[in-house]
Design a protein around this ligand. Structure first.
Ligand SMILES: Nc1nc2c(c(=O)[nH]1)N[C@@H](CN(C=O)c1ccc(C(=O)N[C@@H](CCC(=O)O)C(=O)O)cc1)CN2
Length: 282
């Protein structure tokens, strides 16, 4: 079996076209969605992601503001920027690009964002809403993008076994909650899981979100499983790749996401969706 590709670029294009129409309608009603992106320092990958986010806003008609702060910015200064954005009526979403420089505590910064503008879905209020199934807050963009991809291929999660590899607050934990919300049986694996392959071999759906090249190989995948690759790594040749050995696993899986062109673009697409939703709620 050769897996079918879940094309995150194509799905993003389709969704963003519908967002463009929605934004035009909101703008005509005087409710143009606005996103503020805050980047501290000069991490090269973060610069690319931030640029892509601003470009996606421009393409969709969303008002965007990029605040580039130098790496030496203090936590107090950053918190003052966030406070100003919290009070800005033209801004419906605030995003602080991660990772932050080591002298800044990311948790403190995330908690300073007004929950109603937390379009990254990282605030404790959004996390609590996801955990309890309440309809306020926002869902984190990367796992939400994964769920959208499963919906797009018409995959029914109810009763399926999903194995999430990775337990970060950004991907692993919220992904597990979203899958649970769809009545999947969910296993979360991490660095202390003794036999990862024994777990993944039982999975109907694997979400790999660790940041390790070739962590998931063909022998670890049940024939016909759906494999979503959230990893964003560089291999020994400097080529962008995920956590999954794509060439091997595609011969076993039924569906698979590529890197690049899979989950990554969907992260930005769901950020746009959250920003629009925030403007609608305002
Ligand atoms: N505040 C946030 N920080 C970070 C998040 C986040 O959701 N919010 N996630 C990641 C980085 N990220 C978004 O910020 C992100 C990563 C990758 C992509 C993407 O489209 N990747 C492309 C390849 C891009 C390239 O050529 O380098 C792909 O997979 O096709 C988008 C967003 C950590 N920080």
């Amino acid at each position: 079996m050769t897996a079918q590709i879940i094309d995150g670029l194509a799905l993003s294009k389709k969704l963003r076209a519908s967002f463009k129409e929605e934004v035009a309608t909101l703008t005509a009603q005087g409710k143009r969605p606005g996103l503020a992106v805050v980047l501290v320092g000069e991490d090269p990958a973060s610069q690319v992601y931030v640029r892509n986010k601003i470009k996606a806003c421009e393409d969709t008609g969303i008002h965007s503001v990029l605040q580039k702060l130098e790496a030496e910015t203090t936590q107090v200064q950053l918190l003052a920027h966030i406070d100003a954005l919290n009070k800005d009526p033209n801004i419906h979403g605030i995003l602080v690009q991660l990772p932050l420089p080591k002298h800044i505590d990311a948790d403190t910064v995330i908690e300073a964002i007004a929950p109603e503008k937390d379009v990254d879905g990282f605030h404790i209020s959004s996390a609590g809403a996801l955990m309890t199934g309440l309809p306020h807050g926002f869902w984190p963009c990367t796992p939400h993008g994964c769920l959208k991809m499963l919906d797009d291929i018409g995959y029914e999660l109810r009763g399926k076994h999903a194995v999430v590899v990775g337990r970060s607050n950004i991907v692993g934990k919220p992904m597990a909650m979203m899958l649970l919300g769809r009545s999947a049986t969910v296993t979360i694996c991490h660095s202390a899981t003794p036999d990862l392959a024994a777990m993944t071999r039982q999975a109907d759906v694997i979400v790999a979100a660790v940041g390790k090249v070739n962590l998931i190989t063909a022998d670890m995948v049940k024939p016909g499983a759906v494999v979503l690759d959230v990893g964003m790594n560089r291999n020994a040749e400097g080529k962008l790749c995920g956590d999954v050995d794509f060439d091997g696993v595609k011969e076993v899986a039924s569906w698979i996401t590529p890197v690049p062109g899979g989950v990554g673009p969907m992260t930005i697409t769901m950020l746009l969706a959250n920003t629009i939703e925030s403007a609608k709620r305002a």
